[in-house]
Design a protein around this ligand. Structure first.
Ligand code: ADP
Ligand code: MG
Length: 231
C-alpha cells in the first residue's frame, strides 16, 4: 500500500539534505569545468581533445541533476499569483516547439474556456514542460509523431482538466509503477527526476496527475488542478 504522506515526508528530508550538499558540490564543479575548458583550448594532446567534450557533458549532466534536485528541495519560497492557465500552456508549448520540431514532433494545443489557478507560475510551467518534454522524447525520431494537449472546461468540483496525449513508445505496467521514483529513467541522457518533481509540485498545487499508457501505443497524462475565480 502506497502511503503518500509518508512518501512525501521522506522525500522532503532527503531533498533538504541534498540541497545542502548540492550547494557545496556546485562550486568545485564550476571550477573543474573552467580548467578543462582552458586546458582543452591550449593543448595539442589528441586524447585530451577527444575526451574533453565528454568530460564537459558529464559535468553538465551532474549540474543538471543538482539543479533539478534543488528545485525539489527549495523550501516553500514560491510566489503565489493568479495564473492564466491558457497562457501558461501557450508559453510552455512555445518554449518546447523548437525541441519538438527538431525531433519531428508536432505539438497541438486545444483550449476551451478561460481558467485561473492560484499558485506559483514557475512551478506550473515546470510541470507542464516536464510532461510535454517526456511526450516529445517518447516519440520515435525517425517516424515522428505528436503531443496533443487539450484543456477541458472545469468540472462541477471546480477542477480544470488538462490532457496530454502522445503517440510515443508508451510504458508497461512495471514502468508505470516506477515512474516518479527518483532516478528512474530509461533514457541514456535522462535524470529520472522530472516526474518526481512534477508529482511533488502537483501535490503542492492540490492537484492530481494520472497516467495511462500502453507499450507502442503512446501515453496519456491527465492533470487536474483546482481553479479559482478571478475578479
Ligand atoms: P527522464 O525524463 O529524465 O527519464 P522522468 O522522471 O521525466 O525522467 O521520466 C521517467 C521515465 O518515465 C522516462 O525515462 C520514461 O521511461 C518514462 N516516461 C515518462 N513519460 C513518458 C511518456 N510520455 N511516454 C513514455 N515513457 C514515459
Ligand atoms: Mg523527463
Amino acid at each position: 500500500q502506497f502511503d503518500e504522506t509518508l512518501y512525501l515526508d521522506k522525500l522532503s528530508t532527503v531533498s533538504q539534505m541534498a540541497a545542502a550538499f548540492a550547494h557545496e558540490i556546485r562550486n568545485p564543479i564550476t571550477t573543474v569545468r573552467g580548467f578543462i575548458q582552458f586546458i582543452n583550448s591550449d593543448t595539442k594532446d589528441e586524447n585530451l581533445k577527444q575526451f574533453a567534450p565528454l568530460i564537459l557533458d558529464e559535468l553538465d549532466r551532474t549540474n543538471k541533476i543538482i539543479t533539478n534536485y534543488l528545485t525539489v528541495a527549495r523550501p516553500t519560497n514560491f510566489t503565489l499569483s493568479y495564473i492564466d492557465v491558457n497562457k501558461a500552456l501557450q508559453d510552455s508549448v512555445e518554449l518546447l516547439r523548437p525541441f519538438g520540431s527538431y525531433r519531428n514532433v508536432s505539438i497541438d494545443l486545444n483550449l476551451e474556456g478561460e481558467h485561473y489557478i492560484y499558485s506559483d507560475e514557475q512551478h506550473l510551467k515546470q510541470v507542464l514542460m516536464n510532461i510535454i518534454k517526456n511526450g516529445i522524447e517518447a516519440v520515435d525520431e525517425e517516424q515522428g509523431g505528436y503531443v496533443k494537449i487539450v484543456k477541458k472546461p472545469a468540472d462541477e468540483r471546480g477542477q480544470v482538466e488538462i490532457i496530454f496525449v502522445d503517440n510515443g513508445i508508451g510504458m508497461s505496467e512495471e514502468q508505470l509503477e516506477k515512474l516518479g521514483l527518483p532516478y528512474y529513467t530509461t533514457k541514456t541522457k535522462g535524470t529520472g527526476l522530472g516526474s518526481m518533481i512534477t508529482n511533488r509540485l502537483i501535490h503542492e498545487m492540490k492537484g492530481k496527475i494520472h497516467y495511462e499508457s500502453k507499450v507502442h501505443n503512446g501515453t496519456s497524462v491527465t492533470v487536474k488542478l483546482p481553479i479559482v475565480i478571478k475578479n
